[in-house]
Design a protein around this ligand. Structure first.
Ligand code: GLY
Length: 398
């Protein structure tokens, strides 16, 4: 090799070692994110046309070529306006903002809803983003009212917020999903609100940490409490494969939830738990190579069963935040995994072609397989957490 060629070789190797390889990965991600938002901007205009003005999109039924809708009390009613707001934040397309505002207007009345624990999903994914982006104080007042509604479900003896009302199967059910609703409460306190909201959120997270997790850091879906004493009556599932299985979206809610609660509290135990949950997910022998989990990590019939793109999107968004609170080495592991998930979700295997899929972005989510509901379909929250993961990646890692 000539001296000149050898010098070029050395410079190239040095470039790779000093992070030019990482630069090209960054550039790839930057372009991928730009393409997804460009697509989302157009695709959500298709979805908007498919959804009457007084309801929200829920899913798409391919065999009838019909978008199924819900009223604003459905737990997912905040995701569509929230997704529109993420799209607007990136594209600055005012037609998208207009559609978001239209949907916020029909959702606003649910700030008084107390029928279940889902107020955080409903009112913070929507109005939280609206306030973050526009700083309109009207949105803040809606969020404050929603927090007051949510804590009506708090039981001081058990120190938890009851997820669903008592029914034949459960006395005082608390589901792992409920961790997600705590963001609404902690945020209100941190914005100058009453400290009681954050105290309730911390009490709930502490009780859930104690009672929801197995020794391998997988989470039960439902823990049933005697709300008068705080005693755990039983543990089981409603949407998972079995009482002892690890329902995939539930593991995602847990990962995201404890990472988010660490953001608000800096409690080391929350960060430690989030890292253990991440390990359970990322090192799970049943996690497919493309990073999109089956609907339950213990689903019967793996690999011949359904995936859950929504769980993958929640996990990606959670890992990206977790990457903010750990060592550089750990961050690389979490961000690399999130990149893999985002890349898979952006591929033809999971992402719709323009104009198809009723206007939803992603295909192949599973809502509640044991209830025979929403199997292998698009779902509003898969799109929402996908867009959130793209937004987080751009904000923290580009
Ligand atoms: N929070 C309900 C679900 O994840 O299906």
């Amino acid at each position: 090799m000539s001296k000149l060629l050898f010098t070029v070789y050395l410079l190239t190797m040095a470039g790779i070692a000093s992070g030019q390889g990482a630069y090209s990965k960054k550039e790839q991600m930057k372009q991928l994110i730009a393409r997804q938002f460009e697509f989302a901007d157009q695709q959500y205009k298709v979805l908007a046309k498919n959804v009457p003005a007084d309801v929200m999109p829920k899913t798409y039924v391919a065999k009838n070529n019909k978008v199924e809708t819900s009223d604003t009390k459905w737990w997912c009613s905040g995701f569509y306006p929230g997704s529109l707001l993420y799209i607007y934040e990136y594209t600055k397309d005012t037609a998208i903002l207009k559609e978001a505002k239209k949907r916020l207007a029909i959702l606003e009345k649910e700030k008084h809803y107390t029928g279940n624990h889902d107020l955080g999903f409903m009112m913070f994914c929507s109005f939280g983003n609206a306030y973050r982006i526009t700083k309109n104080p009207i949105y803040k007042s809606t969020i404050d009212t929603a927090a007051a509604s949510l804590i009506t479900r708090y039981h001081p003896a058990a120190k938890v917020i009851q997820s669903w009302n008592s029914n034949k199967q459960w006395k005082g059910p608390v589901i792992i999903d409920n961790m997600m609703n705590l963001e609404l409460l902690a945020w209100v306190t941190d914005q100058g609100g009453d400290p009681k909201y954050k105290e309730i959120a911390i009490n709930h997270a502490d009780a859930t940490m104690k009672n929801h997790f197995r020794t391998d850091y997988s989470s039960y879906h439902v823990v049933d409490y005697d709300m008068n004493t705080g005693k755990v009556v039983k543990k089981g599932t409603a949407q998972g494969a079995s009482n002892e299985s690890a329902w995939s979206r539930g593991q995602g809610w847990a990962l995201y939830g404890y990472t988010m609660m660490y953001r608000f509290t800096q409690k080391q135990s929350y960060l430690d738990l989030a890292k253990h949950i991440a390990k359970f997910i990322l090192e799970n022998p049943n996690m497919p190579a493309d990073g999109i989990p089956y609907w339950d990590f213990n689903a019967p019939g793996i690999p011949n069963t359904y995936r859950d793109a929504s769980a993958a999107a929640v996990i990606a968004a959670g890992l990206l935040e977790l990457g903010q609170y750990v060592t550089k080495k750990e961050q690389t592991v979490y961000v690399t995994e999130a990149e893999k998930i985002i890349t898979s979700l952006s591929s033809d295997a999971y992402r719709s072609k323009p104009g198809q899929n009723g206007g939803f972005l992603l295909m192949h989510s599973t809502g509640a397989l044991p209830l025979k509901s929403e199997i292998d379909v698009p779902l509003t929250y898969a799109d929402y957490y996908f867009l959130e993961a793209l937004t987080r990646y751009k904000k923290w890692y580009l």
